[in-house]
Design a protein around this ligand. Structure first.
Ligand code: AMP
Length: 422
């Protein structure tokens, strides 16, 4: 055992799990292709200013959760806590406004947040992130929601609920904020300490506090959708019309406000009953003010991020299929210098035919190698013994039924290949 452990809140994704991740990532890439979203790979660290300005200085993420460090040149950099800000930064920096709009991008990779670790919540976690930048059409919001639902459907996930809301825009939000503060004023002392500190800075967030007392107090609080300006109202109606047209079931959650300041109009989440407290599989919405917040020209956008760990957790709990687990098809048993050299060559032939193969690299005996083949779960074992080599033959053992036959050396690969497709 090493005394140095992985830092608190991070996990190693070992082979037993990584193939499940690969399945989800492959499915995401297929859905992206079907919806015409192109993949991008963006930096894992950005200038701190990007998140400070783009995520919002009063959010939990920026206030308490960012991994900030100074590089050797004295620059303040931050491990990305989310992807929307980077996506919009990349859109602006690479003049993607010159391309056909909206520009539809997706990416997958690790995010970093200094949060209290618990089931489904880590300090390094992966997100699948989809963004459509450059259109304010509510049907783009519909498409983004439909994309996430389609992804989860293709992964076989069940019992998911889509919840939507509209958080308005800088025109209507201040009016709602004032009404909300007025409503909460007489309850200020009863609110939890976090919400009390939010009262002036970010009262909207009081609506999604999980504290039971806060929830009771805000039960009849003014709803954002009751205060929407005509433009936001029309947008919200458009969103509902589009979702209805697709037969996509949803409910309106007046508490859904999102923690990030740049969100405007649509906010949505997909929830799973199988996740416990951290029940959001994905969250997203519209962020029409993000581009301006980071110093670019006004550019509307909408997107969502889904947590990969939470997707896999939900799928495991629901007994969903991750496709076929990759397994070892052939193990070549060979003892002795000449035999081992032949084994190397045989493996090469198998591998070039796309048949996975392996051998012993630790000088094990014949018996030891057979045991290893079993432990590795090989479907077939090819035995290259002294006698087989003399006779230019190979013994092939079907590990499932225990049957063993001899085939001419040059036919071994074709034989196994045929057997594997039977
Ligand atoms: P957010 O960027 O906070 O809207 O989160 C989007 C999605 O990322 C959530 O719905 C989760 O699936 C996932 N997520 C967020 N924070 C964490 C975390 N600390 N650990 C694991 N997954 C997370």
């Amino acid at each position: 055992m090493v005394s140095i452990k992985a830092p608190r809140g991070v996990r190693d994704i070992l082979p037993e799990e990584s193939w499940k991740w690969a399945f989800v990532l492959k499915t995401a890439s297929e859905v992206a292709q079907d919806f015409n979203y192109k993949e991008v790979h963006l930096p894992i660290f950005e200038q701190t200013e990007l998140f400070a300005r783009g995520v919002g200085s009063t959010t939990d993420v920026v206030e308490k959760e960012m991994y900030i460090f100074e590089d050797r040149g004295g620059r303040s950099l931050t491990l990305r806590p989310e992807l929307s800000a980077s996506m919009v930064r990349s859109y602006l920096e690479n003049r993607m406004d010159q391309r056909p709009q909206p520009v539809k991008l997706w990416s997958a990779g690790p995010m970093f947040r200094y949060e209290r670790p618990q089931k489904g919540r880590y300090r390094q976690f992966w997100q699948l992130d989809f963004e459509a930048i450059g259109s304010q059409d509510p049907y783009v919001d519909v498409e983004v929601i439909a994309l996430s639902v389609e992804l989860f459907k293709r992964l076989g996930m069940r019992g998911l609920d889509v919840v939507i809301n509209s958080v308005g825009c800088p025109v209507c939000r201040p009016v709602h904020k004032e009404a909300l503060q007025e409503f909460l004023e007489s309850h200020l002392e009863e609110l939890c300490p976090t919400c009390r500190s939010r009262y002036n800075r970010n009262p909207l967030r009081i609506l999604d506090c999980k504290n039971p007392t806060c929830r009771t107090i805000t039960e009849n609080a003014p709803k954002t959708i009751s205060y929407l300006c005509p433009e936001c109202k029309e947008h919200f109606e458009g969103l509902k019309v589009g979702l209805d047209a697709l037969g996509l079931h949803y409910s309106i959650d007046n508490r859904l406000v999102r923690g990030l300041d740049y969100y405007t109009k649509t906010a949505y989440e997909v929830l799973s009953g199988d996740l416990g407290a951290q029940n959001a599989v994905c969250g997203g919405g519209r962020y029409d003010n993000l581009a301006e917040a980071i110093g670019g020209k006004h550019t509307p956008g909408v997107g969502f991020a889904a947590g990969l760990e939470r997707i896999v957790l939900t799928m495991e709990q629901q007994g969903c299929s991750f496709g076929k687990e990759p397994s070892l098809e052939v193990f070549v048993v060979a003892v002795g210098d000449f035999e081992r050299k032949e084994a190397l060559k045989l493996m090469q032939e198998f591998r070039r035919e796309g048949i996975s193969s392996d051998m012993d690299f630790n000088g094990k005996s014949f018996k030891g190698q057979m045991k290893l083949a079993n432990q590795l779960g090989a479907t077939y074992v090819c035995i290259l013994g002294e006698e087989e080599i003399k006779a230019k033959k190979i013994s092939i053992k079907d590990m499932k039924i225990g049957e063993q036959i001899e085939v001419p050396k040059e036919e071994a690969v074709t034989f196994v290949k045929k057997k594997l497709t039977e």
